[in-house]
Design a protein around this ligand. Structure first.
Ligand code: SF4
Ligand code: SF4
Ligand code: FES
Length: 249
Protein backbone atom coordinates (compact mmCIF):
# COMPACT_ATOMS: atom_id res chain seq x y z
CA UNK A 1 0.00 0.00 0.00
CA UNK A 2 1.24 3.46 -0.86
CA UNK A 3 2.22 5.42 2.26
CA UNK A 4 0.38 8.48 1.04
CA UNK A 5 -3.39 8.37 1.48
CA UNK A 6 -6.44 10.44 0.65
CA UNK A 7 -8.66 11.21 3.62
CA UNK A 8 -12.40 11.29 2.86
CA UNK A 9 -15.42 11.82 5.09
CA UNK A 10 -18.72 10.76 3.56
CA UNK A 11 -22.22 11.49 4.79
CA UNK A 12 -24.16 8.24 4.64
CA UNK A 13 -27.83 7.47 5.02
CA UNK A 14 -29.28 4.10 4.05
CA UNK A 15 -32.81 5.45 3.55
CA UNK A 16 -34.43 8.88 3.99
CA UNK A 17 -35.99 7.64 7.28
CA UNK A 18 -32.80 6.49 8.91
CA UNK A 19 -30.37 8.78 10.70
CA UNK A 20 -27.41 10.13 8.76
CA UNK A 21 -23.87 9.33 9.87
CA UNK A 22 -20.39 10.18 8.66
CA UNK A 23 -17.96 7.47 7.64
CA UNK A 24 -14.25 8.16 7.31
CA UNK A 25 -12.01 6.50 4.76
CA UNK A 26 -8.31 6.54 3.91
CA UNK A 27 -7.68 5.61 0.31
CA UNK A 28 -4.24 4.85 -1.16
CA UNK A 29 -3.10 7.87 -3.14
CA UNK A 30 -2.92 7.84 -6.92
CA UNK A 31 -2.25 10.93 -8.97
CA UNK A 32 -5.05 12.45 -11.07
CA UNK A 33 -7.98 10.73 -9.36
CA UNK A 34 -11.38 12.30 -9.53
CA UNK A 35 -14.12 11.89 -6.93
CA UNK A 36 -15.86 9.19 -8.95
CA UNK A 37 -12.70 7.09 -9.10
CA UNK A 38 -12.25 7.66 -5.36
CA UNK A 39 -15.75 6.27 -4.76
CA UNK A 40 -14.86 3.38 -7.07
CA UNK A 41 -11.81 2.59 -4.91
CA UNK A 42 -14.07 2.42 -1.85
CA UNK A 43 -16.44 0.07 -3.71
CA UNK A 44 -13.52 -2.23 -4.52
CA UNK A 45 -12.49 -2.39 -0.87
CA UNK A 46 -15.31 -1.13 1.39
CA UNK A 47 -13.38 -0.79 4.63
CA UNK A 48 -13.47 2.40 6.71
CA UNK A 49 -10.46 4.27 8.13
CA UNK A 50 -10.54 2.20 11.34
CA UNK A 51 -10.41 -1.07 9.38
CA UNK A 52 -14.11 -1.94 9.85
CA UNK A 53 -15.93 -3.47 6.86
CA UNK A 54 -18.73 -1.32 5.49
CA UNK A 55 -20.85 -1.15 2.34
CA UNK A 56 -20.01 0.59 -0.94
CA UNK A 57 -21.25 4.16 -1.22
CA UNK A 58 -24.37 4.75 -3.34
CA UNK A 59 -24.02 7.55 -5.86
CA UNK A 60 -25.18 8.34 -9.39
CA UNK A 61 -22.79 8.41 -12.28
CA UNK A 62 -22.96 7.62 -15.94
CA UNK A 63 -20.93 9.48 -18.56
CA UNK A 64 -17.79 10.23 -16.49
CA UNK A 65 -17.18 13.30 -18.65
CA UNK A 66 -19.50 16.02 -17.32
CA UNK A 67 -22.23 15.37 -19.85
CA UNK A 68 -24.99 13.38 -18.14
CA UNK A 69 -25.30 15.60 -15.06
CA UNK A 70 -26.01 12.70 -12.72
CA UNK A 71 -23.02 12.89 -10.36
CA UNK A 72 -23.68 16.28 -8.75
CA UNK A 73 -23.00 16.29 -5.00
CA UNK A 74 -21.58 18.52 -2.28
CA UNK A 75 -17.80 18.22 -2.42
CA UNK A 76 -16.11 20.11 0.40
CA UNK A 77 -19.44 21.85 0.84
CA UNK A 78 -19.72 23.00 -2.76
CA UNK A 79 -22.19 21.71 -5.36
CA UNK A 80 -20.14 20.23 -8.18
CA UNK A 81 -19.64 17.21 -10.38
CA UNK A 82 -17.87 14.15 -8.97
CA UNK A 83 -16.49 13.11 -12.35
CA UNK A 84 -14.77 16.40 -13.12
CA UNK A 85 -13.55 17.29 -9.63
CA UNK A 86 -9.93 16.29 -9.17
CA UNK A 87 -8.78 15.02 -5.80
CA UNK A 88 -5.38 16.70 -6.18
CA UNK A 89 -7.08 20.11 -6.20
CA UNK A 90 -9.07 19.59 -2.99
CA UNK A 91 -8.23 20.27 0.65
CA UNK A 92 -8.35 17.20 2.88
CA UNK A 93 -10.16 15.63 4.51
CA UNK A 94 -12.44 15.71 1.50
CA UNK A 95 -16.08 15.85 2.56
CA UNK A 96 -18.81 14.35 0.40
CA UNK A 97 -22.53 14.84 1.00
CA UNK A 98 -25.67 14.63 -1.13
CA UNK A 99 -27.24 17.76 -2.60
CA UNK A 100 -29.31 19.17 0.25
CA UNK A 101 -32.40 20.51 -1.55
CA UNK A 102 -33.50 17.32 -3.27
CA UNK A 103 -35.14 14.23 -1.76
CA UNK A 104 -32.54 11.77 -0.58
CA UNK A 105 -32.49 8.31 -2.12
CA UNK A 106 -29.43 6.83 -0.39
CA UNK A 107 -25.97 8.09 0.61
CA UNK A 108 -24.95 10.52 -2.16
CA UNK A 109 -27.91 9.77 -4.43
CA UNK A 110 -30.79 12.24 -4.64
CA UNK A 111 -33.97 12.46 -6.69
CA UNK A 112 -33.62 15.34 -9.15
CA UNK A 113 -36.95 14.75 -10.89
CA UNK A 114 -38.24 18.19 -9.82
CA UNK A 115 -36.09 19.68 -12.59
CA UNK A 116 -37.65 17.42 -15.19
CA UNK A 117 -41.14 18.24 -13.91
CA UNK A 118 -40.30 21.93 -14.16
CA UNK A 119 -39.00 21.49 -17.71
CA UNK A 120 -42.28 19.79 -18.60
CA UNK A 121 -44.25 22.63 -17.01
CA UNK A 122 -42.59 25.21 -19.27
CA UNK A 123 -42.71 22.97 -22.37
CA UNK A 124 -38.95 23.02 -22.80
CA UNK A 125 -38.93 21.29 -26.15
CA UNK A 126 -39.43 21.88 -29.85
CA UNK A 127 -42.82 20.45 -30.89
CA UNK A 128 -41.91 18.18 -33.80
CA UNK A 129 -44.06 15.14 -33.00
CA UNK A 130 -44.77 12.93 -35.97
CA UNK A 131 -43.32 10.02 -37.83
CA UNK A 132 -43.42 11.79 -41.16
CA UNK A 133 -40.62 13.82 -42.72
CA UNK A 134 -40.97 17.37 -41.44
CA UNK A 135 -38.34 18.67 -43.81
CA UNK A 136 -35.62 21.07 -42.81
CA UNK A 137 -36.46 23.63 -40.14
CA UNK A 138 -36.41 27.38 -40.63
CA UNK A 139 -33.06 28.89 -41.47
CA UNK A 140 -31.22 30.51 -38.58
CA UNK A 141 -28.69 33.30 -38.56
CA UNK A 142 -25.28 32.12 -37.26
CA UNK A 143 -25.35 34.98 -34.75
CA UNK A 144 -28.56 33.59 -33.25
CA UNK A 145 -27.15 30.07 -33.22
CA UNK A 146 -24.05 31.30 -31.40
CA UNK A 147 -26.14 33.12 -28.83
CA UNK A 148 -28.33 30.09 -28.16
CA UNK A 149 -25.64 27.41 -28.26
CA UNK A 150 -24.24 27.94 -24.72
CA UNK A 151 -27.74 27.45 -23.29
CA UNK A 152 -27.98 24.06 -24.99
CA UNK A 153 -25.05 22.85 -22.89
CA UNK A 154 -27.18 22.39 -19.77
CA UNK A 155 -26.60 18.92 -18.32
CA UNK A 156 -29.53 19.02 -15.83
CA UNK A 157 -27.18 18.58 -12.89
CA UNK A 158 -29.23 20.87 -10.58
CA UNK A 159 -26.16 22.63 -9.12
CA UNK A 160 -27.75 25.99 -9.96
CA UNK A 161 -30.85 25.06 -7.97
CA UNK A 162 -28.89 23.73 -5.00
CA UNK A 163 -27.07 27.06 -4.54
CA UNK A 164 -30.05 29.31 -5.26
CA UNK A 165 -31.45 31.00 -2.12
CA UNK A 166 -34.83 31.26 -3.84
CA UNK A 167 -35.11 27.55 -4.67
CA UNK A 168 -37.03 26.34 -1.66
CA UNK A 169 -40.45 25.07 -0.69
CA UNK A 170 -41.81 28.46 0.29
CA UNK A 171 -41.27 30.00 -3.17
CA UNK A 172 -41.79 26.96 -5.43
CA UNK A 173 -39.26 28.71 -7.68
CA UNK A 174 -38.54 26.64 -10.80
CA UNK A 175 -34.85 27.59 -10.76
CA UNK A 176 -32.35 28.91 -13.26
CA UNK A 177 -31.96 25.79 -15.42
CA UNK A 178 -35.67 25.66 -16.30
CA UNK A 179 -35.79 29.37 -17.09
CA UNK A 180 -32.69 29.09 -19.27
CA UNK A 181 -34.17 26.17 -21.22
CA UNK A 182 -37.46 28.04 -21.70
CA UNK A 183 -35.47 30.94 -23.10
CA UNK A 184 -33.45 28.64 -25.36
CA UNK A 185 -36.59 27.15 -26.91
CA UNK A 186 -38.35 30.52 -27.12
CA UNK A 187 -35.46 31.80 -29.22
CA UNK A 188 -35.51 28.77 -31.50
CA UNK A 189 -37.44 29.52 -34.73
CA UNK A 190 -39.25 26.15 -34.46
CA UNK A 191 -39.63 26.13 -30.69
CA UNK A 192 -41.02 29.68 -30.60
CA UNK A 193 -44.51 28.44 -31.51
CA UNK A 194 -44.89 27.63 -27.79
CA UNK A 195 -43.33 30.88 -26.61
CA UNK A 196 -46.51 32.41 -25.20
CA UNK A 197 -47.33 29.24 -23.24
CA UNK A 198 -43.82 29.16 -21.77
CA UNK A 199 -43.99 32.82 -20.78
CA UNK A 200 -47.36 32.32 -19.09
CA UNK A 201 -46.00 29.32 -17.19
CA UNK A 202 -43.12 31.48 -15.96
CA UNK A 203 -45.41 34.35 -14.96
CA UNK A 204 -47.19 32.44 -12.23
CA UNK A 205 -46.32 31.14 -8.79
CA UNK A 206 -42.69 29.98 -8.66
CA UNK A 207 -41.95 31.78 -11.91
CA UNK A 208 -39.22 34.12 -12.97
CA UNK A 209 -40.24 36.93 -10.61
CA UNK A 210 -39.02 34.82 -7.66
CA UNK A 211 -35.41 35.25 -8.80
CA UNK A 212 -33.51 37.66 -6.58
CA UNK A 213 -30.55 37.94 -9.01
CA UNK A 214 -28.11 36.80 -6.33
CA UNK A 215 -26.17 35.14 -9.19
CA UNK A 216 -25.10 32.10 -7.17
CA UNK A 217 -26.38 29.97 -10.04
CA UNK A 218 -24.01 31.31 -12.66
CA UNK A 219 -21.04 30.69 -10.40
CA UNK A 220 -22.05 27.11 -9.64
CA UNK A 221 -22.93 26.05 -13.18
CA UNK A 222 -20.29 23.55 -14.37
CA UNK A 223 -21.08 24.37 -18.01
CA UNK A 224 -20.91 28.17 -17.57
CA UNK A 225 -24.37 28.81 -18.98
CA UNK A 226 -25.19 32.53 -19.27
CA UNK A 227 -27.97 32.07 -16.71
CA UNK A 228 -28.45 35.59 -15.45
CA UNK A 229 -28.69 36.99 -18.98
CA UNK A 230 -31.31 34.37 -19.85
CA UNK A 231 -33.25 35.17 -16.67
CA UNK A 232 -33.06 38.89 -17.29
CA UNK A 233 -34.10 38.61 -20.96
CA UNK A 234 -37.00 36.26 -20.30
CA UNK A 235 -38.19 38.44 -17.39
CA UNK A 236 -38.74 41.23 -19.90
CA UNK A 237 -40.62 38.87 -22.21
CA UNK A 238 -42.79 37.60 -19.33
CA UNK A 239 -43.80 41.16 -18.41
CA UNK A 240 -44.60 41.99 -22.05
CA UNK A 241 -46.71 38.83 -22.28
CA UNK A 242 -48.59 39.76 -19.09
CA UNK A 243 -49.35 43.23 -20.49
CA UNK A 244 -50.45 41.74 -23.81
CA UNK A 245 -52.70 39.21 -22.07
CA UNK A 246 -54.18 41.95 -19.87
CA UNK A 247 -55.29 44.00 -22.87
CA UNK A 248 -56.56 41.06 -24.91
CA UNK A 249 -58.63 39.20 -22.34
S1 SF4 B 1 -29.83 34.74 -9.89
FE1 SF4 B 1 -29.90 34.07 -7.75
S2 SF4 B 1 -32.09 33.88 -7.25
FE2 SF4 B 1 -31.90 33.94 -9.49
S3 SF4 B 1 -31.77 31.79 -10.12
FE3 SF4 B 1 -29.66 32.51 -9.86
S4 SF4 B 1 -29.11 31.99 -7.74
FE4 SF4 B 1 -31.35 31.86 -7.91
S1 SF4 C 1 -27.91 25.46 -15.79
FE1 SF4 C 1 -25.86 24.70 -15.27
S2 SF4 C 1 -25.96 24.23 -13.09
FE2 SF4 C 1 -28.05 24.39 -13.82
S3 SF4 C 1 -28.67 22.32 -14.34
FE3 SF4 C 1 -27.88 23.25 -16.24
S4 SF4 C 1 -25.71 22.73 -16.28
FE4 SF4 C 1 -26.42 22.32 -14.19
S1 FES D 1 -20.93 11.14 -14.51
FE1 FES D 1 -22.01 12.27 -16.02
S2 FES D 1 -21.70 14.34 -15.38
FE2 FES D 1 -20.52 13.19 -14.00
Amino acid sequence: MSAKTIKVEIKRQATPDQPARTEKFEIPYRANMNITSLLGEIALNPVDASGQPTTPISYDSNCLEEICGSCAMLINGRARMACSTLVDKLDQPITLAPLSKFPLVRDLQVDRSVLFENLKAVKAWVPIDGTYDLGSGPRQFPQLQEERYPLSNCISCCCCMEVCPQFNESTNFVGAATIAQAYLFNEDPSGSVLKEERLRALAGDGGVQECGFAQNCIQACPKQLPLTKAISDISRDVILQEVKDFFTK
